[in-house]
Ligand binder design. Structure first.
Ligand code: SF4
Length: 406
C-alpha cells in the first residue's frame, strides 16, 4: 500500500511501520509502541511520538502539547499503542452498584459545579436510614454485584460512627461485596467533624469493612481554579494527604480530574503532574478517571457539555502522561456507551460497570441510561474490537459459574 500524501500535516499518512502485506483494521488495532514511526506524525507531535516509542516519560511541556494539539486522532494512536502494550485487547468492566446515602452537604453553595447536593430541609434533600441503605444495596439490577460504590454529601449531623455502622451492616449482609467508599473530601470532613486525624478515620472505616477509596473530589488541584469552583472545600494538599495516608495503610484508591469548565490546559498539566508524583511515591492508585463537567442544576453559569473530541483528548493525554497508573477508565455514564467504545482505542482499558442507579451526574444533566447489564457491557466492548473481562474493584478477573448475561 502506498502512503497517501496529505496537505493536512500528514494526517492521512500511515503512522506505523509498513510492510507490503495488505493492512486490515485488526492489524492497526495491534500496533504497539515499537511500531510507532515519529516521522509520520504531525511535526508538533514527533518528539512526543519518539518518547512514547522509546518508553520515555513525557514532561510538563509535552503534556501541554497534548492538551492543545489539534491532532487528536494522532494523540489517540499514541495512547492506543501504550494501552495495548499494557493490556493487550482486554477491556475491563465490573458489576457494581452505586449507593448515595445522602445528598445533604455543607458545601452545597460552595461547589458551584455540583448538581447533586442540597442543604437540610431543601425539597430535593434526602437522607437514607441504615435500613434504606441495605434495601437499596439489595436491588442488584439482575446481576450479582461485586462492588458497592458509596459516596455522598458532607452531612452536618451524621457521625463517623453512623457511617461505620452502615459499613458493618453492609459487610454482614453482603460479605462478598467490596466496599469502595468515601471520597477524600468525605474522609477529610469526617476528620474535621470528629476532631481526629485522617489516619484514625481510615482505621475506623477499614475496621468496619472499607475496602478502597474512590477518586472523587480532586476536581482541578490548582488553587486559582479551586477558589473559583469549590472555595472552602479540602485543598489539593489535603486531598493528596488523604490518599497518601490511605496508600501508606495499604488501602488502594482511584484518582480523578474534573475537566471542561473554567480550567486551562496548564491547570490540567499541573493536576496530572501532582497525581503522577504521588503515584511515584506510593504506587497506590488503581485507576485514573477523567470526569467531564456536566452543566445542569448548578451555579457555574456554564451551560455547555464537553464535546466528544474533548473527551477523547483528555483520555489519550491522561494515558500518555500518567505512565505509572495502570488503568484508565472511560466512564460510560459521563461520556455515553458509544463514546466509551471509541475511548478504548484512545487509551482507556476500562468502561466502569453496571452502576444500576446513578444519581450524581444525572442530577447534573447526564443523558445516559442509569443502568447497563453485564451482557450489554460485554457486547459494547466486543463491538469495539476488544475482549471484555469482568474485574473486581482491584482489577482481578472474576470467574462466574453462571452463564454470561444471566
Ligand atoms: S461536590 Fe461533593 S462536597 Fe461539593 S457540594 Fe457536591 S457533594 Fe458536597
Amino acid at each position: 500500500m502506498k502512503p497517501t500524501k496529505s496537505a493536512i500535516d500528514g494526517v492521512f499518512l500511515p503512522i506505523y511501520s509498513r510492510s507490503d502485506e495488505p493492512r486490515s483494521a485488526s492489524h492497526k488495532m495491534t500496533a504497539t509502541r515499537a511500531d510507532i514511526r515519529p516521522a509520520r506524525f504531525p511535526e508538533s507531535l514527533r518528539e512526543i511520538a519518539a518518547k512514547v516509542r522509546d518508553g520515555q516519560r513525557l514532561d510538563a511541556a509535552d503534556a501541554l502539547t497534548c492538551f492543545t494539539t489539534p491532532h487528536v486522532l494522532h494523540l489517540g494512536r499514541l495512547a492506543g499503542a501504550v494501552r495495548r502494550e499494557l493490556h493487550g485487547d482486554i477491556a475491563y468492566f465490573n458489576v457494581n452498584r452505586h449507593i448515595n446515602p445522602t445528598n445533604v452537604c455543607v458545601y452545597t453553595y460552595d461547589c458551584k459545579f455540583c448538581g447533586f447536593a442540597a442543604l437540610p430541609g431543601e425539597s430535593h434533600a434526602w437522607e437514607m436510614s441504615h435500613d434504606d441503605v441495605y434495601a437499596h444495596a439489595a436491588k442488584q439490577g439482575g446481576d450479582s454485584v461485586t462492588e458497592f460504590h458509596i459516596v455522598g454529601g458532607l452531612h452536618p449531623d451524621l457521625s463517623l460512627e453512623w457511617y461505620c455502622e452502615m459499613l458493618r451492616g453492609l459487610r454482614d449482609r453482603f460479605p462478598s461485596v467490596h466496599l469502595k467508599a468515601f471520597t477524600a473530601i468525605e474522609i477529610g470532613w469526617f476528620a474535621q467533624h470528629e476532631k481526629t486525624s485522617i489516619a484514625e478515620v481510615l482505621e475506623r472505616l477499614r475496621d468496619a469493612g472499607l475496602g478502597s477509596l474512590p477518586g472523587g473530589g480532586a476536581e482541578i488541584f490548582h488553587e486559582a481554579v479551586r477558589e473559583e469552583i469549590c472555595n472552602g472545600k479540602l485543598d489539593a494538599g489535603e486531598w493528596i494527604e488523604v490518599h497518601r495516608t490511605a496508600h501508606g495503610m495499604g488501602i488502594r484508591s482511584n484518582c480523578t480530574m474534573l475537566y471542561g469548565h473554567v480550567e486551562s490546559a496548564e491547570h490540567k498539566v499541573d493536576h496530572l503532574m501532582r497525581l503522577r508524583d504521588l503515584q511515584d511515591e506510593t504506587g497506590g492508585f488503581n485507576c485514573f478517571i477523567p470526569l467531564a463537567y456536566h452543566p445542569e442544576n448548578n451555579y457555574m453559569g456554564l451551560k455547555y457539555h464537553t464535546t466528544g473530541t474533548e473527551d477523547l483528548r483528555h483520555l489519550a493525554t491522561s494515558r500518555l502522561v500518567l505512565d505509572n497508573v495502570a488503568h484508565l477508565k472511560a466512564y460510560w455514564i459521563m461520556i455515553s456507551p458509544k463514546l466509551a467504545q471509541v475511548a478504548l482505542s484512545f487509551g482507556a482499558d476500562d468502561i466502569d460497570g453496571t452502576v444500576v442507579e446513578e444519581t450524581i451526574y444525572h442530577m447534573a444533566g447526564a443523558e445516559t441510561d442509569q443502568h447497563i447489564n453485564r451482557s450489554e457491557l460485554e457486547r459494547i466492548v466486543r463491538e469495539a474490537g476488544f475482549t471484555p473481562v469482568e474485574r473486581d474493584t482491584l482489577y482481578q478477573p472474576i470467574r462466574r459459574a453462571e452463564p454470561v448475561g444471566a
